[in-house]
Design a protein around this ligand. Sequence first.
Ligand SMILES: NC(=O)c1ccc[n+]([C@@H]2O[C@H](COP(=O)([O-])OP(=O)(O)OC[C@H]3O[C@@H](n4cnc5c(N)ncnc54)[C@H](O)[C@@H]3O)[C@@H](O)[C@H]2O)c1
Length: 253
Amino acid sequence: MSQRVLITAGASGIGLAAAKAFTAAGARVHIADINAEAVAAASAGNPDITGSVTDVSNPDAVAALFQDVKKELGGLDVLVNNAGIAGPTTPVEEYDAGAFAAVIGVNLQGTFNVTQRAIPLLKESDAASIVTMSSLAGRFGYPNRVAYSTTKWGLVGFAKTLAMELGPFGITSNTIHPGAVDGPRIMSVFEGRASISGRTVQEEVDSAMANQSVKQFINPDDIAALILFLAGPHARTISGQMFPIDGDSKAAV
Ligand SMILES: NC(=O)c1ccc[n+]([C@@H]2O[C@H](COP(=O)([O-])OP(=O)(O)OC[C@H]3O[C@@H](n4cnc5c(N)ncnc54)[C@H](O)[C@@H]3O)[C@@H](O)[C@H]2O)c1
C-alpha cells in the first residue's frame, strides 16, 4: 500500500519539496499550511496532494486538520513536522516577549499539537515514522535568534522522547538539522543579520560560507530525499537520532 503522509508547512520550501518527492515515490500526501493560496496551488498541481489551511499553533485548527487527514488519507504512516517560523533577529535583551511566545507557539506547541493527534493513527500503521525539522540552530547557539534556537533545541528533546515512548509501537522519530537552505527565506535571514552587524548582505553570505566545509547552500530536494529515507524501509531501526545536512557547518553564525 502506498504511504500516507502528513507534512506541516507543506505548501512551500522544504515541505513542498518533500511533498513532491513523496508523491513521486508513490505516496499520498496531505499538507497542512497556514497560507491558503499556497495550499491551493500545491494541491492543484498534483492529484496526489490534498491540503488543509491550518495554523498548527491553533489546537482547534489542528483538530479540524485531523478530520481532513482521516477523510483524505484514511490513516497515517508518516508525519513530517516541518512547520517553523524564524522570529525576529534581535539581541536577547531587546527581544519582544510576544514574538518569543509566537515562535514557541508555532515551533514547539504547534509540533506538539499535531504530533499528539497523529500518534493514534501512526500506531495503526505497520511502519510509521515521525520526522521533525530542527535546524543548525538546534545544534549550536544562534546569536540574536534566541527564540528560534531555543525551539529548535527543544524539538531534539521532543523527538528523542517520542523515539523512546513510541519505539515499542514500531514508530521511529528523528530530527533533521539543515544549514542554510537555498531559497528566498535564507536571503531574508542574511538581510536581518546585515541590519544588525552593519556589514553588507554579501559579506554576511561570505561569512556563512566560511563557516562550512562544503561551500554551498543546501538544496531542499536533498533534505526531501533524507526525509524519505528516514521514513523508508531501510530506516526502520534508525530512531532518536539527529541528522545534520549543513555542509559540515561549525556554528550557526
Ligand atoms: N530555509 C532554511 O534555511 C532552513 C534551515 C534550517 C531549518 N529550516 C526549517 O525548515 C522548516 C521549513 O522551512 P522553509 O525554509 O522551507 O520555510 P518556508 O518559509 O519556505 O515555508 C514555510 C511554510 O510554513 C508555513 N507556515 C508558517 N506558519 C505556519 C503555521 N503557523 N502553521 C502552518 N504553516 C505555517 C508558511 O505558510 C510556508 O508555506 C522550518 O521549520 C525551518 O525552521 C529552514
